[in-house]
Design a protein around this ligand. Structure first.
Ligand code: ITT
Length: 203
C-alpha cells in the first residue's frame, strides 16, 4: 500500500514514515489549503480534500493501492484554558517556537496548572473503496514548570521540548523516537487508520 500525504512539516514526515513502515510514504509538498475551521476534524478534512483534488488534477486520481491522508493536530494547555488547540501552529503570532515554549513554561510555573494534551485528527481516503474516514487520538501529559529544564535536541518539534507524556519523566524531544512513536497522539491515530484499513481488507 502507498500512503500519500501533503505537508511541508518535516517532523510530521519523519514520524509518519516510521509509523507507516513497511508501507511506502509519498509526500506531496504543502498545498496551501486554508485551515478555516475551528476543529481538528474540519481542518483535517480541508487538507484531505485539497490532496484528493490535487491527485485528480495532477494524476489519474487516487488509485486502488493508494491511501491519501491528512493530519491536523495541536496541543491543549490547561494553564491557557485549553488553548491553542487547532491554532497551535499560529499561537502567539510573531513569536518563535523556543520563546513560545518559554512563555508557556513560565505561565505553568505561575499558575501551577500543568496539564496538557496533544491531539491528532487523521482523515483518510482509500482509493480502493472510495471511502473517507477520520480517526482522532489524544496523548495526555504535563508541561514543564521550570524554564531551566528545557533542553534543546535535534528533535525539537513544536511543543515537544516542554511536553512530558503521562507515565514518563522527560519531554518528548528527549525521549527516544521509538517511545514517541509508540504513545503519541499521531501514533495512536495512525494505528486507528491502519486498523480501519485492515477491517476493510485494504491492507
Ligand atoms: P501541515 O498543515 O502541513 O500538516 P502544520 O505544522 O501546519 O503542518 P498543523 O496545522 O496540524 O500542522 O499544526 C500542528 C501544530 O501543532 C504543529 O505545527 C506544532 O506546533 C504542534 N504539534 C502537533 N503535533 C505535535 C507534536 O507531535 N510535537 C510537537 N508539536 C506538535
Amino acid at each position: 500500500m502507498r500512503f500519500v500525504l501533503a505537508t511541508s512539516n518535516k517532523h510530521k514526515i519523519d514520524e509518519f514514515r516510521a509509523l507507516l513502515s513497511p508501507h511506502d510514504l509519498y509526500v506531496v509538498g504543502n498545498l496551501d489549503a486554508e485551515e478555516s475551521k475551528d476543529t481538528y476534524e474540519g481542518n483535517s478534512l480541508i487538507k484531505l480534500d485539497a490532496l484528493v483534488d490535487h491527485m485528480f488534477v495532477e494524476r489519474d486520481g487516487v488509485v486502488s493501492d493508494e491511501v491519501c491522508f491528512a493530519d491536523d493536530s495541536g496541543i491543549e494547555i490547561e494553564a491557557f484554558d485549553g488553548k491553542p488547540g487547532v491554532f497551535s501552529s499560529r499561537f502567539m503570532p510573531g513569536v518563535a517556537q523556543d520563546e513560545r515554549n518559554r512563555i508557556i513554561v513560565r505561565k505553568v510555573a505561575e499558575t501551577g496548572r500543568n496539564g496538557a494534551v496533544f491531539v491528532s485528527c487523521i482523515s483518510f481516503f482509500a482509493g480502493g473503496k472510495e471511502i473517507k474516514r477520520q480517526v482522532i487520538s489524544r496523548c495526555e501529559g504535563t508541561i514543564l514548570s521550570d524554564e531551566g529544564a528545557i533542553v534543546r535536541t535535534e528533535r525539537d518539534f513544536g511543543y515537544d521540548p516542554i511536553f512530558i507524556p503521562k507515565g514518563f519523566d522527560r519531554p518528548f524531544n528527549v525521549l527516544s523516537k521509538d517511545v514517541k512513536n509508540s504513545i503519541s497522539h499521531r501514533a495512536l491515530a495512525v494505528k486507528g487508520m491502519l486498523a480501519a484499513l485492515s477491517d476493510m481488507h485494504l491492507i
